[in-house]
Design a protein. Sequence first.
Length: 531
Amino acid sequence: MFNNVVYSNECLELIEEEEQYYIRVSEKGYNMSDFNRIMFEYPRINLTHFGALSSAINMATGKIVKIGTKKPLVEFSVSKDKLKGFVAINMTQEEFDNNDKTEIAHLIMNKLQRSNIVYGIDVHNIIDILEPQKKIQIAEGVLPVNGDDAIITLYKIEDVKPQINENEAVNHYELNLINKVNKGDWLGERIEPKEGIPGKTVCGEVIPSQKGRQISLDYDKKTVVEKYDEKEDKTFIYAKRTGAVIYQNNVIGICNFLEIDGSVSFKTGNIDFDGAVEIKKSIEDNFVVRADHDIQVMGDMGVGSVDTIESRDGSIYIRGGIAGKNKAKIICNGNLYTKFASECTIECDGTVNIGSYAINCNIKAKEVILESYKSRIIGGNIEANIRVQAGEIGNRTESYTKIIITGFNRNRIKEEYDIIIDTIDKVKNKIALIKQKISIYNFASLNNAQKEEFLKLNEEFDYFRKNLKMLYEKQKRYASYLHTKGEGELKITNCIYPNVSVNIKKCTYHNSKKINSPTSLYVINNELIKA
């Protein structure tokens, strides 16, 4: 039965019989390393009984033991992920060299038709790449391409910042705090997520693709409406009513909007409004204007001795300036923008931006900024938490001018800033991880439990995305504080006159002579530094 001995030496015989390989070891002293050299000369041995082979070599009982099967001359295989197909030629180098390469190629092509490799086959120049006893790639599948995620574009409210032109006159006429829209106006759009492109294995199996991730459109349902356009595959959002665009907690909405065509006067009475107010001309003396959101007064003449202008949760823009006659009071939760301020009281939780001058004013804010080189602060009391900046402080007649900067704890702000940066990194990593988890799912083939998990992951993604936006806004604010020198700064870009009193934190400085050069006063470790 076992007469076909294909190899023998003084210790063993290698037998081939009916596509099977056997071994008979009659003498000890042989080892596996020696047998591996035999394997190299017989590349068609498929060793399937390694334990039996090892035992036969060690025991040398002389019994015939099955060790494997015979490999085909041409053998096909696929990678674990089924994305690559290979062919191996089970010949010795000598056998390979003695055979016609064209015939081997034809054999491969014929057998390939009966293999499970049916897709992505590339046998171009196969004769040139053939080698014996080596896996040669002849097919490659296609990975699926996930669909594009949804893309959202929303109505953009630009940062309001006074611009200085070539002659250093601050141009406030271009400012626009209130973003008015009419009913039906565009507020944003979302390009819907796209279907992906399925992949395919070399075995012809379809690899499902993942549809792009949906992103929620966050808007106030009471004032904004959405509409899907099937032709464009976009969802649009529009204003349900005429009003002013606002963002509250990153949610777009429309607040009420009141437009006074002329001035606030006896004709209109005092104004107290639950939205944004735009006054085309002015506010007459002794009148009051209050609003929940932004207020802008667009007249060239500005305002005089009004009673009060107050924005409870917004900013104020007074185009022409304030001539308050020691009566006008301006209060806002956001920022104030005006061409000039004279003999008025300003209380602002944000930054007071003044284009030309502030004369005999009582101002209290986080920052008081007069950016123009020719701008002036003359007289009055200016109090800020972070910094005060102007071209000139005081005047030739040496009007007493008091600057108070309460200051801040730079180390604490720096620690909080670092925490914000660290948190941003963690949130970004969390978002990336959630996106990775979402990409695994093919929503169409999910069971109920998996769908619930999928929807939960999308909710998490939206939550962290909103948090990231708020963290970036906070980072921007803290970065502004840290750009201030020391722990509170008075910055003079032109000159400072005598009789100017400066108090920064607990340090006091009284200027007794005119200084005609840019000067900065700031405090570090309770020491006043003049630079």
